[in-house]
Design a binder for this molecule. Structure first.
Ligand SMILES: NC(=O)c1ccc[n+]([C@@H]2O[C@H](COP(=O)([O-])OP(=O)(O)OC[C@H]3O[C@@H](n4cnc5c(N)ncnc54)[C@H](O)[C@@H]3O)[C@@H](O)[C@H]2O)c1
Length: 238
């Protein structure tokens, strides 16, 4: 059986991605720090786990012979903070969760994909990597690194027919969005005043908007697309 791995599978986008892929007929294996996933289905295997734990990731990946795809939808946010107030520990945490995790998961799945001469890897970064917002320096740097890592892997893995792409979401309606507001700010007000107004199409991005693009980029219809970055942002990057 061929599976698609989703990291951050219990998160806002992760859950929508899992459901969309299961609906499309994929067998999905999800991993997240959360104890449980609220979604269950015979074609969905869920495990609690930290993707920064390389040993755990190797055991998780080792359960399947064929891995058709990986969607890295895990992540950690940053509340808008001046650089002088950002601790080294926080910087390291953001870099670990948003970048090192991609290295660990990619390293674990590539041998199987190379053997099959087939595979698709998708990394969820952020439109903020190219259209920054003040006070998010650690997060934005991590998302720029995620995109560069995807491109580096795309060229390295192309000879093995393994495609690697990036999605840059705009402000998306998940619990993470409120975390980008400054500490103490009214989250609902920030959503309307800052985030909705920053999107030319005039609405927040739905987790399903991201999931539909994931489904396409994993599919055979996208077989000529690698090293690309798809902006699913309602025009926020313009
Ligand atoms: N929500 C937005 O506005 C927005 C915008 C642009 C990009 N993004 C990116 O989209 C992705 C998904 O974000 P979301 O909005 O669904 O956030 P979310 O907080 O709802 O989900 C993130 C999930 O990642 C999991 N996670 C964190 N660290 C982990 C680890 N070490 N191992 C395993 N799981 C871990 C969390 O438990 C959580 O369930 C993230 O990469 C985020 O940076 C989000």
């Amino acid at each position: 059986m061929e599976i698609v791995i989703v990291t951050g599978a219990a998160g806002g986008m992760g859950q929508a991605i899992v459901k969309t892929l299961v609906d499309a007929g994929f067998y999905v294996a999800g991993i997240d720090l959360a104890e449980q996933s609220s979604f269950s289905h015979p074609n969905f295997h869920y495990e609690q786990g930290n993707v920064l734990d390389e040993e755990k990731v190797n055991v998780f990946v080792g359960q399947w012979e064929r891995i058709g795809g990986v969607v890295n939808a895990l992540g950690v946010a940053q509340s808008a903070t001046p650089i002088e107030e950002v601790s080294m520990d926080f910087w390291n945490k953001v870099m670990d969760v948003n970048v090192k995790s991609l290295f660990i998961m990619t390293k674990a799945v590539v041998p199987k994909m190379k053997q099959a001469k087939k595979g698709a890897i998708l990394n969820i970064a952020s439109i903020s990597a190219v259209r920054p917002r003040p006070g998010l320096q650690a997060y934005i740097a991590s998302k720029g690194a995620a995109e560069s890592f995807s491109r580096a892997m795309a060229i390295e893995l192309a000879p093995f027919q393994i495609r690697v792409n990036t999605i840059h979401p705009g402000p998306a309606d998940t619990q993470m969005l409120g975390q980008f507001a400054a500490e103490g700010a009214d989250v609902e007000e920030a959503k309307q005043q800052i985030f909705v107004q920053s999107v030319p199409l005039g609405r927040l991005i739905a987790p399903e908007d991201i999931a539909h693009s994931v489904r396409f980029l994993l599919s055979e219809e996208a077989s000529a697309i690698t090293g690309a970055t798809l902006h699913v942002d309602g025009g926020r990057g313009l």
